[in-house]
Design a protein around this ligand. Structure first.
Ligand code: PLP
Length: 376
């Protein structure tokens, strides 16, 4: 048997005709940037997210950057005072921290909770200084961070909250969807995310209409009206072909989320009672959409090699926590600063969890993992 980490071709097959029809329509119209498909997608994603507004952006990364710029964090060369600081977890995809840096602010890292892999909310307050402007929690692997506690801290110190929801469209916490906790949330439509486009794409969702306006201007060079620039933005626009591809997929997203959850349950059952395999811990407040299914094992690299020898796709998200990345060496962190993140980086494996997995494939992966941990 062969089980890839992700299989987008199977998902595409039943959507092929509809997708090609819309793409053809865009080719005929020669209207490639913005336009009716982008407007329609924004309306549908806002509805789906249960937020007041959604702004289509060129990628999840640009959504984070545009949001930071829109809340007033700026890389202006005229501002040589101490940089603003933004608090974020050290264990996430690089973009979360890269955007903080590119916006001219200093990333201030915090460890993760060892069970959820999300930001350790008890470690945030100690990192707040007079220069702290925002907290960027990441809803990692499809599970929301502890947003009640983060809201409490943000209110106490008057900080903005930008949710990195790149892995969490459709996830809920206490019934609320991503984008309803912070000032805004940033979504990614990178093809491997739960809602993947035909290339790069992203979105900001928010209930703050003033902020939505500012982000809308920010994505188009801070321009309003045409050729008049109130502030410096960028080219963060979403193109029509992406919007069309996403409009075809969005109606299936909840069903795909349920399929991922049912796959996760099958793994959980297969691994139940095996001490050597730590399965995902989902807080009772959370409805996870399992962008990834992460296990933690003692001899991770041996286990991964074994799985690969059995033609099972698996991956490490992420092998190097951000505080240990070379580009951030100047921030002065060292190994040992964030033990939970460092532990996760050396012990976790992502197993295939995509919706179209068959029950036979899951059984095969699960028994191979069990064989591996018995061996190593
Ligand atoms: C994917 C991802 C991003 C970046 O999204 P892109 O659309 O690839 O730019 C940001 N943060 C997290 C946590 C991600 O997983």
């Amino acid at each position: 048997m062969n089980v890839p980490l992700l299989d987008l071709k199977t998902q595409y097959k039943p959507l092929r005709e509809e997708t090609r029809k819309l793409v053809d329509d865009i080719l005929d119209s020669q209207y490639f940037i913005g336009g009716p498909y982008v407007a329609k997608l924004e309306e549908e994603v806002a509805k789906y997210s249960e937020t007041k507004a959604a702004i289509g952006i060129s990628s999840g990364t640009d959504a984070l950057l545009a949001s930071l710029m829109a809340i007033g964090i700026s890389p202006s060369p005229l501002d040589r005072s101490e940089p603003a600081e933004v608090i974020l977890p050290t264990y996430t995809f690089f973009a979360t921290a890269g955007c903080v840096w590119r916006a001219g602010a200093k990333p201030v890292f915090v460890d993760i909770d060892k069970d959820t892999y999300n930001i350790d909310v008890d470690a945030i307050e100690a990192k707040i200084t007079p220069r702290t402007k925002a907290i960027m929690p990441v809803h990692l692997y499809g599970q929301c961070a502890n947003m009640e506690k983060i809201r409490e801290i943000a209110d106490k110190y008057n900080l903005a909250i930008i949710e990195d929801g790149a892995q969490a469209i459709g996830a809920r916490r206490n019934g609320k969807r991503v984008g309803n906790f912070g000032d805004c949330a940033c979504l990614s439509f990178f093809p491997s995310k739960n809602l993947g486009g035909l290339g790069d794409g992203g979105m900001v969702v928010t209930n703050n209409l003033e902020l939505a306006d500012k982000i809308r201007q920010m994505r188009n060079h801070g321009m309003e009206p045409k050729y008049y620039h109130k502030f410096v933005g960028g080219n963060f626009r979403l193109d029509a072909i992406q919007a069309a591809g996403l409009l075809v997929k969005l109606p299936h997203l909840d069903k795909w989320g349920q399929m991922r959850r049912s796959n996760a349950s099958q793994y959980n059952e297969a691994f139940a009672g095996i001490d050597k395999i730590k399965t995902p811990f989902i807080e009772s407040q959370n409805y996870s959409i399992y962008n990834q299914y992460i296990i933690s094992v003692e001899n991770r690299d041996e286990v991964m090699n074994y799985l690969r020898s059995k033609n099972i796709g698996c991956e490490i998200y992420y092998p190097v926590p951000l505080h240990m990345q070379e580009c951030f060496a100047g921030l002065g962190y060292k190994m040992g600063d964030f033990p939970n993140a460092e532990y996760a980086a050396t012990h976790t494996i992502a197993l295939p969890i995509y919706p179209e997995l068959t029950s036979e494939q899951i059984s095969y992966v699960a028994s191979s993992v069990k064989e591996a941990v018995a061996k190593f």
